[in-house]
Design a protein around this ligand. Structure first.
Ligand code: GLP
Length: 241
């Protein structure tokens, strides 16, 4: 793995966006995996800036999000679909048909997960990834997720719901209990993985995920086995390394 440490989240975002932009310029048909959460927001802002100011084009890029809550419509302001439109897709030139996110209101969520898994059979070229501070989940692969797991319907753990509740106006009561997530198999098959973490709140989980034992209880520890892992940290998140 290669670990890059930056002074602050904005420097990190600029560097990660630059890498993504270079990859798109070299390979316009890039298959790009995308996360949600607060960590990637400055990176998305930077990609939008590169599109506006330097003409970076996403016309031929295909994007695959990691996960979506079950029970939320794509236009629900709390859905990941809405998040992606707000922070990235509506500000760049990516065709809507090239943006893929599991459908949170699918009539048959298991069939929807299987459909999404099919889309991921061809490896992603770059997968951007965050990690949960409390339990180390990647996507919504919760502790105990097998490392060969496919895209599937998952139950969210109490720790995950607690972490994500602040994003919902109705707090924990409004936080969904299930999601569809890309599996660890597709994450590990991605040609390059960029793991991003910022802030002191991530320092302990980053230390354990990167240098602790590889255990199912910490899904992010699977990434130690990835042959092309790039870790993007700010000083705070790297403080226990
Ligand atoms: C959610 C997403 C994860 C993401 C995590 C971290 O749970 N499903 O993919 O890694 O949030 O979020 P944050 O970046 O806000 O810490």
């Amino acid at each position: 793995m290669r670990i890059h440490i930056f002074n602050d989240p904005l420097e990190l975002a600029a560097a990660a966006a630059h890498e993504v932009a270079c990859a798109i310029r070299v390979q316009p048909l890039l298959r790009l995996g995308l996360p949600t959460g607060s960590t990637p927001i400055p990176l998305y802002a930077h990609l939008v800036q590169l599109h506006r100011e330097e003409g970076l084009s996403f016309q031929q890029v295909t994007a695959f999000n990691l996960d979506e809550y079950l029970g939320l419509a794509p236009d629900d302001p709390n859905s990941y679909s809405y998040f992606m439109a707000e922070h990235l897709f509506r500000h760049i030139d990516i065709p809507l048909a090239n943006t893929h996110i599991p459908h949170g209101l699918a009539a048959d969520p298991h069939a929807e997960a299987a459909r999404y898994d099919q889309l991921l059979q061809e490896p992603l070229d770059i997968l951007l990834l965050g990690i949960n501070a409390l339990n180390g989940h990647i996507g919504f692969n919760e502790p105990g997720s097998p490392w060969d797991s496919p895209c599937r319907v998952v139950e969210l753990t109490p720790e995950t719901r607690e972490s994500n509740a602040p994003h919902f106006p109705g707090g924990l009561a409004q936080t969904p209990t299930q999601a569809i997530t890309m599996g660890i198999a597709a994450i590990m098959q991605s040609r390059r993985v960029f793991l991003m973490a910022t802030g002191t709140g991530k320092a302990e989980i980053i230390q354990k995920a990167l240098h602790g034992p590889q255990v199912l209880a910490l899904p992010g520890s699977a990434l130690q086995s990835h042959p092309q892992l790039e870790v993007y940290l700010d000083k705070a998140a790297a403080s226990l390394l």
